[in-house]
Ligand binder design. Structure first.
Ligand code: NAD
Length: 456
């Protein structure tokens, strides 16, 4: 694979101005939707092969989100691409001022394995909508999905506009040697640092969608049954392999026992027979992650679950209790179906503990108490979150999605994605019929007085 050649072809195509044509962008987004629809069965099958994920879950967490993003971009991109007039200040009159959205150029999208289609395609849709050309480097770990993505994109699009380059660390390292106009990366914080360093060499702008430990507050006044149901759904979807899944619970001491019991009941309802991996529960992606997760389960702290089966790489939805911030499970992002529960009595103490750590990607609060909700939202910095829900914030196109600090740089989702791949070029457009002499020499006292009047 001649990476340099592909990048050159894309740059040449971009420089031809072809992608400035809004109709070309719309046509290609429609084409992408059509080929995804035509190949839906293949998409479902390859996800099933890699994850044992049901069609329902694949539709809910991958395809529906991609179609929504495509529809949104197709419907709105003419509006988003419009030049915007802004007010001109007194000092510059007579003139017009406007902002022209322009595509950045040739973009590299590097994605993670856990939602292999949407993590590769959502930023790609935004980048194409904004008028860029795109090279996608999907994660090599779910190899069937990577192969299908490459097959259907590369057989339908010209590589000078949109192409998939498959591979792991070696290929990504090669790709990072090229000069891009933007790199959009989804993955771990440690690899995010490698990407950022490589991009810095050529001052390439980056968006980094990274990971982290997402705290979930459960306060005594919450609706315990609904809270347990929603947390169990959000945590064990994709077997906990979701960047914004609740990583750990912070539960008020006085409802700890009630909540644990309610969580256990909800797990038993949702996943009644986990010994065999059944239709509604996803596998752990590979042996390396299975072994990592298995080691994270401290037997003496298992409240529910804890069973593992290395033949089908399944780990039962697991609740851990009597956990504190010093336990080893509290060190790194869990990224699997293990949910530690920390009980607390003093809210300020736990808020301070979180503030001592890296800024989380997400945070959730289950409570009806507006003051407490406001306090937590006001005091802790994190990427995105939800109240009395978890993970669903990503499904609202009006909410930009991204991290902060160690959990990421920049954001995307619908218009925010368009902005991520757009440069807003500011223009002050002057007339020639008036030429006041004030700014020119000689700099007199009188001119100074007029200047002060205008500029202050
Ligand atoms: P990862 O960082 O290991 O890999 C991500 C991508 O980087 C892959 O395409 C991989 O091929 C490439 N890569 C890996 N090592 C590299 C290296 N040394 N040099 C260059 N490229 C390299 O992440 P992952 O295991 O695929 O995904 C899990 C992580 O991603 C978790 O931390 C999770 O929280 C995070 N994540 C974040 C989001 C988000 O939207 N913020 C979404 C999904 C996953």
């Amino acid at each position: 694979m001649d990476i340099a050649k592909i990048v050159n072809l894309q740059k040449r195509f971009f420089n031809s101005n072809a992608t400035k044509d809004l109709n070309l962008r719309i046509e290609n987004l429609k084409k992408l939707k059509l080929i995804l629809k035509e190949n839906e069965e293949k998409l479902y099958t390859s996800i099933y092969t890699d994850f044992k994920k049901s069609k329902f879950e694949t539709y809910l967490t991958e395809l529906s989100i991609i179609y929504r993003e495509l529809n949104d971009a197709i419907r709105n991109l003419k509006k988003w691409s419009k030049q915007k007039r802004v007010r001109t200040n007194l000092a510059n009159l007579p003139a017009k001022s406007y902002i022209i959205p322009e595509p950045l150029g040739t973009v590299l999208v590097i994605s993670a394995w856990n939602y292999p289609y949407q993590l590769a395609l959502i930023p790609t849709i935004s980048a194409l909508a904004a008028g860029n050309t795109v090279v996608i480097k999907p994660s090599e770990i779910p190899k069937n999905t990577s192969k299908i993505l490459a097959e259907i994109i590369n057989s339908n699009f010209n590589s000078n506009y949109l192409t998939v380059i498959e591979g792991g660390v070696k290929i990504t390292t090669e790709l990072l040697k090229e000069k891009w106009d933007k790199i959009f990366f989804t993955g771990s914080t440690s690899v995010g640092k490698i990407i950022y360093q490589a991009a810095a060499e050529s001052l390439t702008p980056v968006t980094l969608e990274l990971g982290g430990k997402s705290p979930t507050f459960v306060l005594a006044d919450c609706n315990i049954k609904i809270t347990a149901k929603r947390i169990v759904w959000a945590k064990f979807l994709n077997a906990g392999q979701t960047c914004i899944a609740p990583d750990y619970l912070l539960v008020e001491e006085k409802i700890k026992d009630q909540l644990l019991l309610a969580l256990k009941k909800e797990i038993e309802n949702a996943y009644p027979n986990i010994k065999e991996v059944q239709e509604n529960y996803v596998q752990i992606i590979n042996e390396q992650n299975f072994n990592r997760l298995e080691k994270l389960i401290p037997n003496q702290k298992v409240y529910h679950g804890g069973q593992t089966n290395n033949e089908n790489r399944s780990i039962a939805p697991t609740l851990l209790h009597n956990i504190n911030f010093e336990d080893s499970i509290m060190e790194d992002e869990i990224f699997g179906p293990i949910l530690p529960v920390i009980a607390f009595e003093n809210l300020d103490d736990v808020i301070n503990k979180i503030k001592e750590k890296e800024k989380p990607l997400s945070l959730y609060v289950y409570s009806k108490n507006k003051n407490i909700i406001r306090k937590i939202l006001n005091e802790i910095s994190f990427g995105s979150g939800a109240i009395n829900e978890s993970i669903v914030q990503i499904s609202n196109p009006n909410l930009p999605f991204g991290g902060v600090g160690a959990s990421g740089i920049g954001s995307y989702n619908s218009k925010a994605g368009f902005d991520t791949f757009t440069h807003y070029k500011s223009i002050l457009h002057k007339t020639t019929w008036l030429e006041p002499n004030i700014k020119y020499t000689p700099f007199t006292e009188f001119k100074m007085r007029i200047l002060k009047f205008i500029l202050e």
